[in-house]
Each structure stands twice: as C-alpha cells, then as structure tokens.
Ligand binder design. Structure first.
Ligand code: ADP
Length: 507
C-alpha cells in the first residue's frame, strides 16, 4: 500500500500521493512541549484516506504515559502563559490566524486527504475555523472584571476572571481544524494552555495546525498534541480527565463518549465543556418560500456529506407543501450532489469517514426500506466509486418502528415526514433527548417567534440552513451538551470568577 507514496525522512515532510500530489504541513510525530516526538513505546498507527482506503502516513500511537508528559508540559507552560498580557495573547492568536490563512491551500489538502471532504469544503472549513482565531484574538482584550457596589461603607468588592489552567481538548474528525481553533483560540485568549487529543481518523490536521501555531510564535507547552489510535483513546482520556493538573475538559463528539468523560471529570470536580450529538429538526411551514427552503435543506443536510452534529436529521414538512418541497429537494440533489474523491474538480460529496460509519448509514437505510420506507432518490452505497461512498438519499414513509426514525444518521440521508399542525410538529421536534440545532422555514412572523420560544434546542435558525459562526454562542441543551463555544461566552468557559474583598478602607 505504502509503495505508491514517497514520504520524506524529515518530520515535517511532504508527501507525494500516487506520484503527483504533494502534501505540505504533513507531520509524522506528535507535538509535546515544543518538540516533535514519537510515542514512548515507539508504536504508530496508520492514517487512512477514506476516498481510496490508502495509508497517507503513520503517526505515534501514544499511551497514558505520553498524555501525562503532555499535561505536565502544559502545566509548566501555564505558569508563564497565564501572566502574559491580554495584548500579547491577542497578538499571538492574530499571528496564528495570519499564518493559517496564508497556508489555506496546504491545510485544505491535508483535511481532504484524511477526512474525505471536497477541497472547496476544506477551504471553507479553514475560513470558518480561522474566524475563531481572529475572533478570540479580539476577545482576549475584553475579558473584563467587575467592581460591584458594596453593601459595606468601608469595603470594596472586585470580581476578576482567572484562567482555569490546563484544558484537555478532545476533538472529532468531522471538522478537524475548526473544532480545534474554536476551543484552543478561546482557551488561549483566557490564559489557559492545552493538550489536544485529535480523532484517530484525522490527526494530521491537528499536527499541521500545531506546526503553524509554532510558526506564529505560540510558546512551547501552550499547545500540545497527543495522537493515538482508538484502542488507546480510553487510557489517554482517563489521564486527560483525571490528572490533577487538568482544570477543564473540552470535548466535541458523541453523547456516548461525552458521558464517559463527564463521569471521569466529576471525580476531580473538573469543569467541562461538552458539545455532543444532535437530532436537528428541519421544519417547513406552508407560508415558507419552498425553493429557498429546499436550497437551505441542501446546506443543512449535505454539508460534509451529512456528517455534522448540527446537520438536519429529521425533515418535518407540512402536508400542504410536502410534495412541492420533496420534489424541489430531489431536483437539487440530482443536480447538486456529485459523489467522488474530494480532490476531483466538481465533486460536492466525498466518502463517509470510515467503515463503521458507512456500515451504520447503509444499515439504517436497509432497515427502513425493508419495513416499507421509500427512497425517492439514492438509497444504496455507491460501491463503484469506493468502499465508503453512499448515494445522496431522500427517504419518505418512515415509521417509528424503523431505526432511522430516532437515530442520529450522520450521513447523506434526508428522512422526510409529514405533519398537519404547529402543535404536532413542536411535539415531534422536541421528542428527543438531544437539543442542539433546529431549523424552521416560515414567513409568518408570529410563528417564527413562537418557534424560537417553543423549540427545546440550544440553537434555532429561522429561514436558514447554516447557523455556525464565531460570533454567536454555539451549543446544546439536554444530552447535546454543556457550555457554549464562540461568542464572548466561549472564553468564559475557560475562566473562573475570583472574588477579592478589600476591607478596612477607613483604617
Ligand atoms: P465519533 O462517533 O464521531 O467518532 P466519538 O465520540 O467516538 O465520536 O469520538 C470523538 C473523540 O473522542 C475522538 O477524538 C475519539 O478518539 C475520542 N474518544 C473516544 N473514546 C474516548 C475515551 N474513552 N476517552 C477519551 N477520548 C475518547
């Protein structure tokens, strides 16, 4: 397999894919305390390109002891980083932003190689992810305290924001750059340091981001990256949650793993920031502009090939506009969803990330069709393109007894249900333990406000299929998580309020 690659001997290597494409910013070592290092055990694991199942390179398969070394490095760096001025931290974050912007093409190639998403989407992710570095470079200088009117004449009350310390950052594969910048930009602005454990499917983007951070002048130990296979993730996770030097665990990923980490964090009463699974409803009312709704359905469902926690998971369409909506949606899918490797010009939908995910999506659709669901378009794996490609699909006639009815699909399958009344659709939308994103299409102003109030989700988009940006507060309620990312609140996640009382002012 590796014979079709030429990997240079230096750590910061370039890589030739099939003798043609060259990957800059490719690192084969992890990054601890400003050093590019192998695992203590010297073990490695392969990073696979999901478009062709080939090995891109191998990276260290680290263990608990390596994670401990990284936490110690971050803890030591915290002693000086927390004392830098807000302006210094802001300047460094701004430089990191500039360096990432300059390297957009190279970063995009790495994201596409290991995650499969089309190059245009990878570039979009860098613009989006980088906007957090820019935002937090600004926010760093506005982490203000308060002087509160005191109830006593001779005392003064001062509240200041203190950085929490070392943050363990555990990230998923679907936005391998943005999920790091959204957390690390905020925590660095607050004066914290971190250990990043990227997903096993996409460690190369994290290492490339760390390389660019180093180039931007981020001091050693402020950012550390520990890579590991899935097999070693629980042991590393235990250190990252339980080490006494860790002050906070910031995780984006599945609700299942989030609960495990939350449990471990509770032992040390650690702060947590959890962004977990969603089950987003996409509601279309009769007053909606149907063409606009169908256009935004494409964004809400097929961005990253359906592999997004805020991706629309349940299309709830009023019966009066059901047929018009599904036909408009189908037309757009037929024209706009072009499957293929992310490096190919014109491709809009890459492969699913791994075999497990491909099997899950195929299994959910098979189960639904065997029980009477209908595929209006798509409905099967696209094995002629590769082992992990799945056709962009619309399913109708889905019933509660089908697995796909309640599960988060995380793939390119749009399940369309019909509803009759506003009350009915609110009940259906809220009948889940998840509460991350939701989407509503209506031109009725009162209805728009009612939906904003009544939908039990952390985020409600009215007449839009995309809601993420650096400025708003991103996050969920119920089992979709705790805490907010982006906005001014994203920085507060990494601070504690310290109360200092100045007394005896009259003495
Ligand atoms: P997904 O289903 O999208 O892969 P996961 O929640 O399984 O999401 O994984 C998200 C991140 O959590 C990845 O970096 C993965 O390696 C990590 N992870 C999985 N299990 C554990 C664990 N027990 N402890 C720490 N990290 C874990």
């Amino acid at each position: 397999m590796i014979s079709s690659y030429v990997v240079s001997l230096s750590n910061k290597s370039s890589l030739f894919l099939n003798g043609s494409r060259r990957l800059h910013l490719l690192n084969k070592n992890a990054y601890i305390n400003g050093q590019w290092v192998s695992a203590g055990s010297k073990a490695v694991f392969p990073v696979i390109n999901p478009a062709d199942d080939k090995v891109i390179t191998e990276v260290p398969d680290m263990e608990a002891a390596d994670a401990k070394t990284a936490v110690d490095a971050a803890s030591s760096a915290f002693k000086t980083w927390k004392n830098t001025t807000a302006k210094e931290r802001s300047n460094i974050l701004r430089k990191w932003f500039d360096v990432c912007a300059k390297n957009t093409d190279y970063l995009a190639q790495i994201i596409t190689a290991e995650s499969g998403k089309p190059l245009a989407e990878s570039k979009g992710e860098i613009a989006y992810g980088n906007s957090f570095l820019e935002w937090f470079a600004d926010t760093a200088r506005h982490i203000n305290g308060e002087v509160v009117p005191s109830p006593w004449p001779n005392k003064m009350i001062m509240l200041t924001r203190q950085p929490l310390g070392v943050v363990s950052v555990i990230t998923p594969w679907n936005f391998p750059f943005a999920m790091i910048t959204r957390k690390v930009g905020a925590l660095m602005a607050a004066g914290c340091t971190c250990v990043i454990k990227p997903a096993e499917d996409t460690p190369l983007t994290a290492l490339a981001a760390a390389q660019l951070a180093e180039e931007a002048g981020v001091p050693k130990g402020v950012i550390n990256v520990v890579t590991s296979s899935r097999k070693n993730a629980p042991a590393i996770g235990k250190v990252l949650c339980e080490d006494p030097n860790v002050g906070c665990i910031s995780f984006t990923g599945s609700t299942h793993v989030g609960k495990i980490l939350y449990g471990m964090a509770s032992k040390g009463i650690k702060r947590v920031s959890l962004e977990l699974g969603g089950n987003a409803p996409f509601i279309v009312f009769p007053s909606a502009d149907i063409e606009h709704a169908a256009e935004h359905a494409m964004l809400a469902k097929f961005r990253n090939n359906g592999q997004a926690c805020v991706g629309a998971n349940r299309f709830l369409i009023h019966k009066d506009v059901f047929e018009a909506f599904v036909q408009a949606f189908k037309k757009r899918i037929a024209k706009g969803c072009v499957l293929g490797p992310g490096t190919k010009e014109g491709v809009t939908c890459g492969p699913l990330i791994n075999t497990e995910q491909s099997k899950k999506v195929a299994g959910l659709v098979e189960d639904a069709i065997s029980k009477g669901a209908k595929a209006l378009i798509g409905g099967k794996p696209a094995l002629d393109i590769g082992s992990k490609f799945y056709e962009s699909t619309i399913l109708t006639d889905v019933k509660p007894e089908m697995k796909i009815y309640a599960e988060e699909i995380f793939g390119p399958v749009a399940v369309c249900h019909m509803f009759e009344t506003e009350q009915e659709v609110v009940t259906i939308a809220n009948s889940t333990r998840s509460g991350l994103g939701s989407y509503v299409f209506t031109k009725d102003l009162g209805q728009a406000f009612r939906m904003s109030r009544q939908l039990d989700f952390g985020m409600v988009a009215i007449n839009d299929g995309i809601l993420s940006a650096a400025e708003p507060a991103f996050g969920g309620i119920k089992e979709s998580g705790i805490g907010r990312e982006g906005s001014k609140h994203g920085v507060e996640e990494y601070t504690d309020i310290k109360y200092t009382l100045f007394s005896a002012l009259d003495k």
